[in-house]
Design a protein around this ligand. Structure first.
Ligand code: MLT
Ligand code: ZN
Length: 496
């Protein structure tokens, strides 16, 4: 990985100004925090040392970098509450941070905001194997939630390529969709309750909520996908599903996006209740991933224009395997697909998933990436990738070094109508950015899509909501922000 030290966001985007009403954190503030936080709950950068807190200040794509000198890592909800109460009174700006795997610059500061890391709130609180209700602190890493639930014959209803680092609270704050939304639905349906610290320090909690609760407004929904702009999620209750007994998957090569859609319709019909994921990748995604996974032999013999990963999960291995094999044979007979590799055991199943989950790190491995995440009608889903690639290619920017762009690739969740467009770069340049924006957003608007299917708004899409949200919707969002956070101290310069 050629890590780019990101330029400071404040320098890269001089049009964004620090909110002068925010206090600059000083020694008296640190002294106050130390009065109720332990030594390992306060991290300060030594004076003049820009590098000390870089892993908290810089995002995963190496694109955004804040200049915070102070990270607080409280171990309890009460401490989060004390921190927020003080920051609100003192007008100190705060950025809540989970695993910092966010993809829109939402989890890092822009200027000198205090970073409020949830990583030390990492306890599993409770699990009810009868209802499936799983309660944990916001800072539990997703892979640990998966492991705990697997050990208890259940599964966490969401999986992501960043599962080894992302945290449950961050995922809920982002409303990430993940690889199995097709089967388990979105977090707006799976989250049973939340514990949230409001900007003024008040704690609002319905973490003990039952599956059904129809008593008035469902306030927790506002925090799901709010990206930490109206409250800090400190605890999550989520509905875990019973662990399927049989998992199977297949990696398929085919030649056009029209066929991807035909295959999706066929899979829904013929695999029906056992279908749990339907992911696609284009040729460029796999080319980058082959380079990234180096010595790992690719799954298929030939190169194809598109690849599809289908997963089934059900309760009977023989039944599910037979159903999947019959489906694949019929797709081959109908000449819909050219080649397929069906997993024969769990090792092969995991290897097949590795090829899909490695696409984002593969694209990021050349230095960094510009990243877009969109919802579109299925018939239009891949067209945005074609349009953008053509535009960048026409400008002569894609190719071997010294050209700045390695590849422009598309992949994503067909079942959810969600495409990820990654522009893998050796360096970030104004020329590339100007070619991409507002072109991408205008394209999405013309197709009545959404400029974010699951990665959110963050710093990257701040001010761009009008491409897919009406004036009245944006006004309501602003009013909600003002209601919860009148001093606007929580995750400023993001969202609305
Ligand atoms: C994915 O689908 O792989 C995730 O949304 C992450 C990503 O696109 O980087
Ligand atoms: Zn995704």
């Amino acid at each position: 990985m050629v890590a780019i030290a990101a330029q400071f966001t404040a320098e890269a985007y001089p049009q964004v100004h620090r909110n002068a009403s925010f206090k600059v954190p000083g020694p008296e503030d640190v002294k106050h925090f130390r009065s109720f936080l332990d030594d390992d709950e306060v991290l300060e950068a030594p004076k003049g040392d820009d590098e000390a807190l870089v892993s908290f200040n810089q995002d995963w794509m190496n694109k955004y970098r804040g200049q915070s000198n102070l990270v607080l890592l409280p171990k309890s909800t009460e401490k989060v509450s004390k921190i927020m109460k003080y920051c609100n009174e003192q007008k100190l700006a705060v950025v809540p941070q989970g695993g910092n795997t966010d993809l829109v610059g939402a989890s890092v500061p822009v200027f000198d905001e205090i970073i409020l890391s949830l990583k030390q709130m990492n306890k599993i609180r409770e699990f009810d194997p009868v209802s499936g209700a799983f309660k944990c602190d916001a800072g539990v890493v997703m892979k640990d939630a998966h492991q705990f639930l697997r050990d208890n014959d259940h599964i966490f209803p969401l999986d992501l390529p960043s599962r080894n680092a992302c945290q449950v609270g961050g995922v809920v704050s982002t409303n990430a969709g993940g690889l199995n939304l097709l089967r388990y639905g979105s977090l707006h349906g799976n989250v049973l309750g939340l514990e949230v610290v409001l900007p003024n320090g008040e704690i609002i909690s319905n973490i003990d909520a039952l599956r059904k609760d129809n008593t008035g407004y469902d306030l927790k929904q506002l925090f799901i996908g709010a990206e930490g702009t109206i409250g800090v999620i400190t605890g999550v209750s989520i509905l875990a599903a019973a662990k399927p007994k049989a998992f199977n998957n297949v990696f398929i090569g085919l030649e056009s996006f029209d066929v991807v859609q035909t295959l999706f319709v066929k899979a829904k019909k013929e695999l029906s209740e056992i279908l749990s994921a339907f992911e696609f990748m284009d040729k460029g995604s796999i080319k980058c991933t082959i380079e990234y996974l180096k010595d790992m032999p690719f799954l298929l013999k030939n190169e194809h224009n598109f690849y599809v990963l289908i997963e089934t999960s059900g309760s009977n291995q023989d039944h599910d395997s037979e159903k999947l094999n019959t489906f694949i044979q019929s797709a081959l007979d109908e000449k819909l697909i050219s080649e397929a590799k069906v997993s024969a055991n769990m090792d092969e199943y995991n290897t097949i998933w590795t090829w899909r989950k490695s696409v984002p790190p593969a694209c990021n491995s050349y230095g960094g990436m510009y990243k877009y995440d969109m919802s579109l009608k299925l018939k239009d889903l891949y067209s945005v990738s074609e349009a953008v690639t053509k535009r960048l290619d026409a400008a002569g920017l894609i190719g071997d070094a010294p050209k700045p762009i390695v590849a422009s690739v598309g992949y994503g969740h067909v079942g959810d109508g969600n495409i990820h467009l990654n522009i893998a770069v050796r360096e970030f340049t104004k020329q590339i950015e100007d070619l991409l924006e507002p072109f991408v957003y205008e394209y999405i608007q013309s197709k009545k899509g959404s400029i974010s299917a699951e990665h959110g708004v963050g710093f990257h899409k701040h001010g761009h909501l009008h491409y897919c949200r009406s004036e009245i919707e944006i006004r309501f969002m602003k009013e909600i922000k003002k209601h919860y956070d009148p001093n606007a101290i929580l995750n400023p310069y993001k969202y609305v």
